[in-house]
Design a protein around this ligand. Structure first.
Ligand SMILES: O=C(O)CC1=CCC(=O)O1
Length: 262
């Protein structure tokens, strides 16, 4: 089991695949851990070196005290890249993971060679909305809002027909309050519009066609900021297309990787 030791927390890392493979780093969404990519990874090319990590207070990573900042979360991803001596990284970020990817690509153009932004935006929601969510989670925990969040993460047919759906609720509700609210604060404080507009690298922007958290119009508006960015919808998917439609998501990512990292 691999980790990065920060002064105040130990962060869980996974580093799989050939050492000399094309480097792809994944960043998870709010309330999910690195297992959110489990269904997608076997469908991607076999020559990839795949790096994943758990944000503070998510998965196996320590929960350092909230609030967190987007700069701090991007610095964690940067520190992991440096600890593993990674170069020419393709960064694939889901939701808050996509904000982390935008921040890191702006800070370290020498490190990040391509970006896949999945169900994310340069700015997600308003500070007021995130502050209300922080207050509600601090008051009552994550369980009461689980059903409403799941309606935004997954389409109705998936929620109704797939028995494994319950596991995603478990993943969300087992996230620590400190980690969840810390990340909410980081999203509340992040407006990356100007730095994202200045990005100059290959970018693929994906969105589930039924995403209730970051709807397609919002995600496409971020794609439109970036010169040359490609925008693609994943059919019959909510906010987590890598879990709900892994085959379609893998096809889009593989096609992008073949064109940008060979
Ligand atoms: O869980 C949500 O509300 C959706 C979401 C917004 C940012 C993120 O990472 O997930």
């Amino acid at each position: 089991m691999q980790f990065l030791r920060r002064p105040d927390a130990i962060l869980h890392i996974s580093d799989q695949g050939p050492r000399d493979g094309r480097v792809v780093m994944f960043a998870n969404s709010l309330g999910t851990d690195l297992r959110v990519w489990d269904l997608l990874l076997p469908l991607l090319p076999a020559d990839l070196r795949v790096i994943r990590f758990d944000k503070p207070g998510h998965g196996l990573s320590d929960a350092s005290p909230a609030p967190y900042s987007m700069e701090g979360l991007a610095a964690d991803a940067e520190a992991i890249c440096e600890a593993l001596a990674l170069q020419n990284v393709t960064f694939i970020g889901l939701s808050i993971g996509g904000l982390i990817g935008q921040a890191l690509a702006a800070k370290r153009p020498d490190l990040i060679q391509a970006l896949v932004l999945m169900d994310t935006a340069a700015k997600i929601g308003s500070a007021q909305m995130w502050n209300s969510r922080i207050a509600a989670v601090r008051e009552s925990g994550l369980e009461p809002m689980g059903p409403a969040i799941m309606e935004r993460w997954f389409t109705a047919p998936y929620r109704q027909e797939r028995p494994e759906f319950a596991l995603w609720t478990n993943m969300l509700t087992r996230t620590t309050v400190e980690g969840y609210t810390g990340c909410c604060a980081a999203i509340a404080g992040a407006d990356l519009t100007e730095s994202t507009r200045a990005l100059q690298l290959p970018v693929l922007v994906l969105c589930g066609d039924q995403d209730g958290s970051t709807p397609p119009e919002l995600v496409q508006a971020t794609a439109d900021l970036i010169t040359g960015a490609e925008f693609r919808l994943v059919p019959e998917a909510g906010h987590i297309p890598c879990a709900e439609q892994p085959e379609a998501t893998a096809r889009l990512i593989t096609d992008f990787l073949e064109r940008t990292t060979r």
